[in-house]
Write a protein that binds this ligand. Structure first.
Ligand code: NAD
Length: 479
């Protein structure tokens, strides 16, 4: 099978971004040196070192929390919602104005295709700030009271660095909280550019503080005694450690964790559309998506046809330079993540599933993994149970809707699911029976700031987005 079309390179210029050789921490409205060591962030598509970034120590985190507390007590919690909204609108507009710069930087630091950073990440980030700006002066109508919690400690992962920042910061600020946020250690650069945007928007010092670092810095934030609210997005393993660390304290917690979503294709589904949805479900953002449709459940009577069309479609995916506007699948975010994807794929083969990878030339440098599909997967296989967090799809079959539900729910996770069918009644009955926070019907991986997102079971608790997303940052209607 070969590609149907060859494209000339169409690289986006990186001249628009100004990456500094080193970065400090953003505390109390200013960039300051850290008191700890530093680490390097690399371009995963080339392994080029992009910058040296401060690793915030406990003392640095303490400074950031103090700055956030002062800003909360003296300015932000006292400011009328309509005034807070003006800052959020201003931030949203600057994000739009600097959208190309943010998209290019996100693509360079993360490895995601520029087309996705430009058309999905950045517009959704701006939309999130616009949306929560609209709530800031209407909190009394939301049903969760109007009293903020105080200082929020927020820790995010590397797969959607700027979008996860927006999901955390926009509702927190709209409700009157101040924040200390830590981006992931492999993707700190857009959060630091966001810090510049806060300066440009004249946000009062201390309302947003960005501290960079790895697990120890994250631990220092979530266990800091003056942090009132912990918001974490990341792996289930670290989420459990955080839940244990804050147990018994007064801190409020929301956890957005891993997933192993079932994407369910019935025999009456429009097959070509479903194939597009399967591809989008698992290969969007290299499969580094918590809600990725990583388990395809396909009705037995159409399984052969779906697989044939899926492989044909996968063979047309262009894997390579993330800054090329034609690229569909970019680089794996880090050497560690690549090792994990390789290991689980080898386990899949060893356990007897059949592996097929799209034919493609992978670049010599950087971290790459060809889009891959496993057939003959059983529910006992590790590739059917564990989150791979890469461009790897496990295919299972079913005969009846009841069997589809049973297999879909047979997972410790419960973040998302997809249903492909021509019947509206079947969509509704499946949505009722699937234990997943989000169920997409005849589409997949659609995000909108007005729509709540979150999990069941080991996918975490709490919701982000929509009116529901305000609940995590307010004391409650009876307070
Ligand atoms: P991770 O859990 O390893 O790291 C997430 C963040 O936590 C990073 O900033 C990291 O530095 C920090 N951290 C690590 N140890 C910590 C500790 N003990 N205390 C506090 N902070 C700590 O996850 P990752 O590899 O960066 O991201 C991938 C995971 O994130 C996947 O499991 C994915 O499903 C999940 N995710 C979930 C959602 C969602 O909304 N449910 C969204 C995106 C990603």
């Amino acid at each position: 099978m070969s590609r149907t079309l060859e494209y000339a390179p169409a690289p986006e210029s990186r001249a628009i971004v100004d990456i500094k050789p080193s970065y400090g921490l953003f505390v109390n409205g200013e960039f300051v040196d850290g008191t700890g060591t530093s680490f390097k962030t690399v371009n995963p598509a080339t392994e080029e070192v992009l910058a040296e970034v401060a690793e915030a120590s406990e003392a640095d985190v303490d400074n950031a929390v103090r700055a956030a507390r002062r800003a909360y007590d003296r300015v932000w919690s006292r400011m009328p919602g309509a005034e807070r909204a003006k800052y959020l609108y201003r931030i949203a507009r600057i994000i739009q104005e600097r959208g190309r710069e943010l998209a290019v930087l996100e693509s360079i630091d993360n490895g995601k295709p520029i087309g996705e950073a430009r058309d999905v990440d950045v517009p959704t980030v701006a939309a999130h700030f616009f949306y929560y700006a609209g709530w800031a002066d209407k909190l009394k109508y939301a049903g969760y009271g109007t009293t903020p919690l105080g200082v929020a400690g927020q820790v995010i992962p590397w797969n959607f660095p700027l979008l996860m920042l927006a999901w955390k910061i926009a509702p927190a600020l709209a409700c009157g909280n101040t924040v200390v946020l830590k981006p992931a250690e492999t993707t700190p650069l857009t959060a630091l550019l966001f810090a510049e945007i806060c300066q440009q928007a004249d946000l009062p010092p201390g309302v947003v503080n960005i501290v960079t670092g790895a697990g120890d810095t994250g631990r220092a934030i979530v266990s800091h005694p003056d942090v009132d609210k912990v918001a974490f997005t990341g792996s289930t393993e670290v989420g459990k450690a955080i839940a244990r660390a804050v147990a018994g304290s007064q801190k409020r917690v929301t956890l957005e964790l891993g997933g192993k979503a079932a994407n369910i294709v019935f025999d009456d589904a429009p097959i070509d559309q479903a194939v597009e949805g399967i591809v989008n479900g698992i290969f969007f953002n290299q499969g580094h998506v918590c809600c990725a449709g990583s388990r395809l459940l396909v009705q037995e009577s159409v399984a052969d046809e779906v697989m044939a069309r899926l492989k044909r479609r996968m063979a047309t995916l262009r894997v390579g330079d993330p800054l090329d506007k034609n690229t569909d699948v970019g680089a794996i975010n880090s050497a560690e993540q690549l090792a994990k994807i390789r290991e689980l794929s080898e386990v899949g083969e060893a356990e007897g599933a059949e592996r097929w990878s799209a034919p493609c030339d992978l670049p010599a440098n950087g971290y790459w993994f060809a889009p891959t599909v496993f057939t003959g997967v059983s529910q006992a296989h590790r590739i059917a149970r564990e989150e791979i967090f890469g461009p790897v799809l496990s295919v299972l079959t079913f005969r009846t809707p009841a069997e589809a539900v049973e297999k879909a729910n047979n997972t410790p996770f419960g973040l998302s699911a997809g249903v492909w069918t021509d019947k509206g009644s079947r969509i509704l009955s499946m949505a009722n029976r699937l234990r997943a926070g989000v169920v997409w019907a005849n589409t997949f991986n659609k995000f909108d700031p007005t729509s709540p997102f979150g999990g069941y079971k080991e996918s975490g608790y709490g919701r982000e987005g929509g009116r529901h997303g305000l609940e995590a940052y307010l004391k409650g209607a009876d307070q």
